[in-house]
Design a protein around this ligand. Structure first.
Ligand code: NAD
Length: 325
């Protein structure tokens, strides 16, 4: 049976990383449904601006705290029981892997454990935002959830990949041994408004470079692939998982796979830029290909992404155009 809305008016939901890119869009969707949402964020990669439009919204509370140190229980909005806890906090871009490695490990491990304990105490549904990086540089294509992955446990990307794999393991242990109602979503490359122009991920980087008329820096030969998902579609998938009783892990993204060179060329064309493509050295352990097998999301959650990639890219370009002036 496909999930029916389970969380809405009268339900309290905690979203960690709620001032981030994906988190802020998720907060919007939950508030629109009538949920009372508490976002906890330390703004390490997110920003108050992402949720500034909710300042006068009585159903929304923003609390500044580093959840790796534990939940800020001194705050009255955090002390009250939650019906659902959604853990999205984590720096997520490849440049963060080098600048915030310990922070990433802490938020994937310590923060996850704090939140799992709280979810058990509150008898809340717990959603863990995991990643396609759990598959590492995959040897199976496309990637079904049954694939265990190919991760270098000591490589530069491992702080992120292994922190998320630990978080998945911890979530499953709390589900198995503490009776936690939990769901794990493995998110594939998602893009849209509210990404940081300088965050190092391909789409914001290419758009910012194209808008400035600078060369587009494509890593390696540009032949490596990603499957890109517009944030509204991803949020629909995450909310469907929240409503369901599925544990997962469940992949979420799209099957729209393209090479980095194709992506760069499309962005240059959509921006109407004169930027050229500049091939630069590829970072180590950079995955060669990425495409989710979405069978589980489709059959268990009724998930079907609907945003046309050209349309999603246009909307993202419009956001960056405005932001970069
Ligand atoms: P983001 O950096 O925009 O958002 C992360 C948010 O978490 C930020 O607001 C940041 O300030 C906050 N945060 C980080 N550490 C924190 C801490 N210790 N305490 C409190 N807040 C903290 O990144 P995003 O793209 O929105 O990613 C959101 C989640 O989705 C992450 O968990 C990420 O791993 C996962 N994910 C995203 C993608 C994607 O393509 N965007 C892909 C796979 C997984």
């Amino acid at each position: 049976m496909l999930p029916v809305p389970r969380f809405g008016d009268g339900h309290r939901v905690l979203v960690t990383g709620g001032a981030g890119f994906v988190g802020s869009h998720l907060v919007d969707r939950l508030v629109a449904r009538g949920c009372a949402v508490v976002a906890v964020d330390n703004f390490v990669t997110g920003s108050k601006e992402n949720v500034a439009h909710l300042t006068d919204e009585p159903r929304f509370t923003l609390v500044e705290a580093d959840i790796s140190d534990g939940l800020p229980d001194h705050h009255p909005a955090v002390r009250q029981r939650f019906d659902a806890i959604m853990h999205l906090a984590s720096p997520a871009s490849p440049t963060d892997f080098a600048t915030l490695p310990i922070e990433i490990l802490r938020v994937g491990s310590l923060a996850t454990l704090h939140l799992l304990d709280r979810a058990v105490a509150d008898r809340a549904r717990f959603i863990m935002a995991s990643t396609s990086e759990a598959y590492g540089d995959p040897l199976v294509h496309p990637q079904p959830e049954t694939y265990w992955g190919n991760v270098n446990p000591i490589g530069v990307r491992s702080v992120y990949d292994e922190a998320k794999r630990f978080a998945e393991s911890a979530t499953m242990a709390y589900h198995r041994y503490r009776g936690l109602d939990a769901g794990i979503v493995r998110i594939f490359n998602t893009y849209g408004p509210r990404m940081r122009p300088d965050d190092g991920r391909a789409i914001p980087t290419f758009i910012s470079q194209a808008l400035r008329g600078e060369p587009i820096t494509v890593h390696g030969t540009g032949g490596q692939t990603r499957s890109i998902c517009y944030v509204a579609d991803l949020v629909t998938g995450i909310v469907a998982l929240l409503d369901s009783t599925e544990t997962g892990p469940i992949n979420c993204g799209t099957e729209h796979e393209l090479t980095m060179r194709e992506l760069a060329e499309q962005i240059v064309q959509l921006v109407g830029s004169s930027s050229t493509i500049n091939l630069v050295a590829r970072s180590s352990d950079d995955p060669e290909m990425r495409r989710p097998d979405l069978t589980l999301a489709r059959t268990r959650l009724g998930y079907q992404p609907t945003v046309d990639p050209q349309d999603g890219l246009r909307r993202t370009i419009a956001y960056f155009r405005q932001r970069l002036g």
